[in-house]
Design a protein around this ligand. Structure first.
Ligand code: ATP
Ligand code: MG
Length: 876
């Protein structure tokens, strides 16, 4: 076996496919860009979706990459199988409509077994295929020469994620030998079964069908190849380690933990702990490095749970304060060669991780408090901890069920295991549903792929031009003309219409000639880059080759330009005010407003927000020139142009320079001087989850209207509270608020006095029956509390008594009964209320000396009082 490091294997893979004409794509960030159907990039193909479903055509149809991936659905396996991680690297080669099964199989086999490359023992290789994929069988059997015993047919070998490309796959396994289990098909001990002996290292997917919306399968116009090999797995094969964890990609982290704890990895009972910590710290390091932050929702929540899970296992290795952040330098050390960006973020990663860990150590205490409280509650009733509570402890406080169970047993309580299981399943279901939508692609559409005509965008300079119609598409086919009322897509030789991209919405407008008037309702880019106008014919007929006038809505465009330039200013101001960790996470620029999403943890307070707004306005008032130039990318980088993280740029880029304040790569439309933005006003700041904040703002006349509206409201307040001078409004409002407070006090006082004078009247109603003072009457009270206060008042004045008071408020009747201790042998308060309340359609009860009740039938109050009087008379 060759002696290779993990880093060398990764490089060798890329070199191999480069030698086969593939273009090497860099590893994309783990946080998907422009794809909100996925929480994390979870495979090599996930970053290439736009090529796979044909939305974009790549420069080179053969692509290879080493893609960092996160899979949280495998989290329960991590630490317990040899081969699963939450973070791993997937080595892949891809063909977009170029080579297919034959070459894919040839390449894979050559890379694995050729002495020039990995040089694996051919006798150890097994493959699985889809039972109906005779083509794959023939290739493995006849071309490669594998005998039948090494080709296993498995029904599940069909890659299908719902609508979009799908097809059979073939998986390559490596037999790690009898040390990992004797052959036993009954116990999953065969390639493709759930076992530790036959290790799945590589999966080749033959994407050849469109899975259509109606669940039919039709052949794909362009067949694709998508493969994935786990770097950690192939490294464990080459380095002949028991699991992925002893490879040089991960073991240094384990050694560091050993060093920090004085506990040996060789102690079997602790192995999973070491594995989980070293796996999760890799995930967290890379995820934070790519802009995710721990939080209570979505992506941030996954991160938080991984950190908590690792910390929990850490506490079993006797860690009692933050420790994971100290492992970050080791992770970076191993990976920096291929992932230099993570090194640049080292400080941020450590800061975020340390504070999140510290928070969790506190939470463990908080969780303990909650647990003790739940235990107290459980003791006084059902003697069981509710499933929902146990789940909450687990989910929110990261409390493992086993721990909760131990606590419960100490207090002779049980845990509602069934309820807990249900909550867990419900959560897993939610996670699964989130995943299902996740990998959706679009159905390939052939027509646009085949349109080769050129189309030039001239909208940076012009808003209206004479042009020629070059292609018209209706209902998915190329046609010669569109008639009145028709909807279709149009490509022009030249167009001033901006196609939606980079967050900027498309232009709207008209295409017209003597023969027709056509509304442009949307503009997008076709796979080969032409601007595709979505149109609706208002009148006449639009024909191919017709000479037309293309005119955009300039008013809208002007507003869009203001918002786009303001967005660049905001981006730079955020970096200046909040820090360099601020990265654009999404943006929308339309005519009415701008929306900017960026990575940042925690809410931005009012004061900072005003500071941000003020700074943007300063840059507007400074009237800075906006200089736009195209140049080679290297030159732009030298100028310090801000490129969007993970975005792909061509060799020549467009640089928007708001001199000397902001410089960004951008294809959008901008004003020529910041003063044209006019005014900038933030309208909201909020969190969108997962450590991403969102600012919405307006500019120009929209901002002016917005502020004016406030001014109008102010004027209306002024006249309502009857003030002449603007400056007096606040002091008047304050004094009014104070006055109201004083008046409220007075009212309360008066109410009390009324109640008192009432009670002196009532005092006359007290009757003496056999030496017991009996008071049965109605009083005025807004609520049961006041009723109780009134009753208390009498209790304090009387010695031997039976007091029964009723009151009503709206349509609710309340009653209270108090009986002094020396009388309860003859009549009980609880009894009286229990028997009397039904007369007002109500219920009630209580102790011998004190009881309360309520009802709804106000009309029967006096009958009830009579009933109670009779009851007392006959008992006392
Ligand atoms: P398994 O059945 O072992 O979970 P899979 O079928 O989910 O693997 P694919 O989705 O086909 O795997 O991914 C392609 C390759 O990526 C696998 O052959 C494996 O080498 C690697 N891989 C997949 N999931 C993980 C993981 N959680 N940790 C490490 N490597 C993985
Ligand atoms: Mg899997």
């Amino acid at each position: 076996m060759k002696n290779l490091t993990g880093n060398e294997i990764r490089q060798m893979f890329l070199d191999f496919f480069k030698s086969k004409g593939h273009q090497i794509e860099p590893s994309a960030p783990l946080v998907p860009i422009d794809d909100d159907t996925l929480l994390w990039i979870n495979s090599g193909v996930a970053t290439l979706k736009k090529y796979f479903d044909g939305r974009v055509i790549p420069d080179n149809p053969k692509i290879t990459n080493a893609q960092k991936s996160i899979r949280t659905n495998d989290v329960e396996n991590v630490g317990f199988t040899a081969r699963h991680h939450t973070f791993f690297e997937m080595l892949g080669n891809f063909s977009i409509g170029d080579y297919f099964k034959k070459e894919a199989i040839e390449f894979a086999y050559e890379f694995l077994t050729s002495p020039e490359w990995l040089d694996l023992d051919e006798d150890k290789i097994y493959v699985t295929i889809h039972p109906e994929d005779e083509e794959a069988y023939a290739l493995w059997h006849d071309m490669i020469g594998l005998d039948d015993g090494r080709i296993i047919r498995i029904e599940g070998n069909f890659w299908d994620i719902g609508v979009g490309p799908s097809g059979p796959n073939t998986e390559i396994f490596y037999d790690r030998g009898e040390a990992y289990g004797q052959n036993d098909p009954a116990n999953e001990m065969y390639p493709g079964g759930e076992n530790e002996r036959y290790l799945e290292i590589w999966n080749l997917v033959f994407s050849e069908f469109n899975h259509n919306e109606d669940n039919t399968y039709t052949p794909l116009p362009k067949q694709n190849i998508d493969t994935g090999m786990g770097l950690e797995r192939i490294t464990s094969v080459i380095q002949n380690t028991e699991t992925n964890y002893e490879t040089d990609l991960i073991y240094p982290i384990i050694e560091k933990v050993e060093f920090m704890t004085d506990i040996r990895y060789t102690q079997d009972e602790y192995k999973p702990h070491f594995k989980i910590i070293s796996d999760h710290v890799r995930t967290v390091t890379f995820a934070i490095g790519d802009g995710a932050l721990p939080s209570s929702e979505g992506r941030g929540y996954i991160l938080r749970r991984l950190i908590r899970r690792a910390v929990r296992f850490g506490t079993k290795l006797n860690f009692d304060e933050p420790f994971m952040y100290k492992l970050v330098p080791i992770v970076i050390d191993v990976m920096r060669e291929f992932y230099p960006e993570v090194e640049q973020k080292a400080q941020l990663i450590q800061d975020v991780l340390k504070s999140e860990e510290a928070r969790f150590f506190e939470t463990i205490e908080e969780g303990e408090k909650l647990l003790l409280q739940l235990i107290e509650e459980a003791k006084s009733n059902q003697h069981e901890l509710k499933g929902r509570d146990v789940f909450k402890l687990y989910d929110t406080f990261g409390f493992p069920v086993e721990l909760t169970r131990e606590y419960a047993e100490e207090h002779q309580l049980t845990v509602d295991e069934e309820g807990f299981k249900q909550e867990m399943q419900a959560q897993q279901q939610r996670a699964r549903e989130a995943r299902n939508v996740s990998s959706s692609m679009q159905v390939q559409n052939d027509v646009f792929n085949e349109i080769e005509v050129d189309s030039e965008f001239v909208g940076y300079e012009s808003t209206s031009i004479q042009s020629t119609v070059s292609v018209i598409v209706k209902d998915g086919s190329i046609v010669d003309a569109l008639n009145e009322g028709d909807i279709g897509q149009v490509i022009l030789k030249q167009t001033p219409f901006y196609a939606e991209s980079g967050g900027q919405v498309a232009d709207r407008g008209m295409i017209s000639s003597n023969e027709c008037e056509v509304n442009v309702t949307q503009v997008s880019k076709a796979p080969k880059g032409q601007h595709l106008h979505q149109v609706e014919v208002k009148s006449g007929t639009l024909k191919t080759e017709a000479e037309v006038n293309a005119q955009i809505d300039t008013k809208k465009r002007t507003s869009i330009m203001k918002n786009h330039t303001a967005t660049h200013l905001l981006h730079q101001v955020l970096k200046d005010v909040l820090g360099d960790h601020v990265n654009q996470a999404g943006s929308l620029v339309d005519a009415d407003k701008l929306r900017f999403d960026f990575s940042h943890f925690g809410k931005i307070d009012e004061e900072t927000l005003s500071q941000i707004e003020e700074k943007v306005n300063e840059k507007i008032f400074e009237a800075l020139n906006v200089d736009i130039q195209s140049m080679p990318i290297d030159e732009a980088k030298k100028l310090g142009a801000m490129a969007l993280f993970g975005e792909k740029y061509g060799d020549i880029v467009r640089v928007v320079n708001i001199e000397p304040y902001s410089i960004e790569l951008c294809g959008g439309t901008h004003v020529t001087n910041t003063s044209q933005v006019g005014l900038f006003k933030i309208t909201s700041e909020s969190g969108t989850g997962a450590g991403v904040r969102r600012i919405e703002a307006i500019t120009g006349h929209v901002a002016y209207d917005y502020l004016n509206d406030y001014f109008d409201k102010f004027k209306s307040i002024k006249s309502t509270i009857n003030v002449k001078a603007d400056d007096d409004v606040i002091s008047k409002a304050k004094s009014m608020a104070e006055e109201i407070k004083v008046q409220e006090k007075e009212i309360a006082q008066l109410k009390k006095e009324i109640a008192k004078s009432q009670s002196s009247n009532i005092a006359q109603e007290i009757e003496d029956i056999n030496g017991v003072k009996v008071l049965v009457t109605t009083v005025e009270a807004d609520n049961p509390k006041v009723l109780r206060e009134i009753a208390d008042d009498y209790k304090s004045q009387l010695k031997s008594y039976v007091i029964y008071l009723m009151s009503h408020h709206d349509d609710k009747v309340s009653m209270i009964c108090n009986v002094s201790d020396d009388v309860t042998d003859r009549i009980q308060a609880g009894q009286v209320v229990k028997e009397s309340a039904p007369l007002v359609d109500g219920r009630g009860g209580g102790r011998k000396d004190s009881a309360q009740g309520g009802g709804t039938n106000i009309d029967n109050i006096s009958n009830t009082l009579q009933f109670v009087k009779d009851m007392i008379k006959s008992n006392v």
